[in-house]
Design a protein around this ligand. Structure first.
Ligand code: UDP
Ligand code: MN
Length: 347
């Protein structure tokens, strides 16, 4: 018994040492297990959140109930604007108040920012750049902007107005200014459609849609000055609409028409050479009021225009967008339009 009790005593002491050794080890193991586990479960949570965000599943995000998840919820995508805008009014009464000021027009168009607008409630069907060739016609420009901004907004378009100013007093070149407008506007945005717009023509009916069709479109069937009859068969001047592709396909306008006349007929020939057909809206809709003016100095009749028109089929590939050389002097982003001032060089 004496021997046994001594042995037992030794054994119980060993168990005691073992227990004392294992206790801190097990505590250490628990700490490791807990901290490892909690890191792991955090990782799983954030991956799941990320997966949900990726799926943009707003319901699941809301179920997560965290403020972060709610903040990350994406708004429901806007629907495309209807084919026929509910805001159209048809024929509208135009006014040309001599007392009209730039500030008045800016005040009426608070949602136009740097000449650009897009509808609030829906996504516009087309993005349209309005290109206005200009020099010394400030009054006409103000009247046009006054009517055009609300007109385009009623059509629910995403649009921007570019005024392309010819610097200096060399002979005016409408066509080259419009080429510059096209090239410069595309640096801002990939516009679907381009409207080449004389500064003195104000549309009378908002059903005359400033969008592009599958064919180039001429928008001025009639104007007050010509008894609302088409100027002549094949007339493609004043206001016309071509898609980015259509205008690219014809290599744009010729750069070589200095002074008044011919450049619009040249564009028609280019369109016809590409087997495209000019379309027009109905005559009772495609109506314009032209603000009266005399021929500008610096825009005398181009006597060479008939000669130039005969060469169009031979030169259109090398005279146009691909050969348009110019120097931009300034681009000012004004409230109502983007003012591009350009040195076109001389004839
Ligand atoms: N234009 C201009 N300043 C000029 C000459 C022409 O701004 O000195 C622009 C303006 O946009 C005008 C267009 O070029 O509407 C066509 O010129 P114009 O009005 O003389 O041609 P029309 O069609 O009246 O014969
Ligand atoms: Mn005119």
């Amino acid at each position: 018994m004496g021997f046994c009790s001594a042995a037992c005593c030794k054994l119980s002491r060993r168990v005691k040492y073992l227990f004392l050794l294992l206790l801190p080890l097990s505590v250490l193991a628990w700490i490791c297990l807990f901290s490892g586990g909690s890191v792991k479960s955090f990782t799983v949570f954030s991956a799941a959140t990320q997966a949900l965000i990726k799926k943009e599943n707003t319901q699941d995000l809301a179920n997560l109930g965290t403020s972060v998840a709610v903040r990350l919820m994406t708004p429901t995508p806007r629907t495309e604007c209807p084919k026929k805008s509910p805001l159209l009014q048809g024929a509208v009464k135009l006014n040309f108040e001599p007392s009209l000021k730039v500030k008045d027009v800016e005040g009426e168009n608070k949602r136009v920012v740097e000449g650009r607008y897009q509808p609030l409630s829906c996504t516009a069907r087309q993005s349209v750049a309005i290109l206005i060739p200009h020099r010394n016609r400030e009054r006409h420009l103000l009247y046009l902007l006054h009517h055009l901004h609300p007109f385009l907004q009623r059509q629910q378009l995403h649009y921007a107005v570019y005024v392309i100013q010819q610097a200096g007093d060399a002979t005016f070149n409408r066509a080259k200014l419009l080429n510059v407008g096209y090239l410069e506007a595309l640096k801002d945005y990939t516009w679907d459609c381009f409207i080449f717009h004389d500064v003195d023509l104000v549309p009378e009916n908002d059903r005359n849609l400033y969008v592009c069709d599958s064919q180039p479109k001429h928008l001025v069937v009639g104007r007050n000055a010509t008894g609302y009859k088409l100027h002549y068969k094949g007339y493609f001047g004043g206001v016309s609409a071509m898609s980015r592709e259509q205008f690219g396909k014809v290599n744009g306008f010729a750069n070589t028409y200095w002074g008044w006349g011919g450049e619009d007929d040249d564009l028609r020939i280019r369109v016809e050479l590409q087997k495209m057909k000019i379309v027009r809206p109905p005559a009772d809709i495609a109506r314009y009021t032209m603000v009266f003016h005399k021929r500008d100095s610096g825009n005398e009749v181009n006597k060479d225009r008939m000669k130039l028109l005969r060469r169009t089929p031979l030169v259109w590939k090398k005279d146009g967008l691909n050969s348009c050389k110019y120097q931009i002097l300034s681009v000012e982003r004004l409230p109502l339009y983007i003012n591009v001032t350009v040195d076109l060089g001389k004839p």
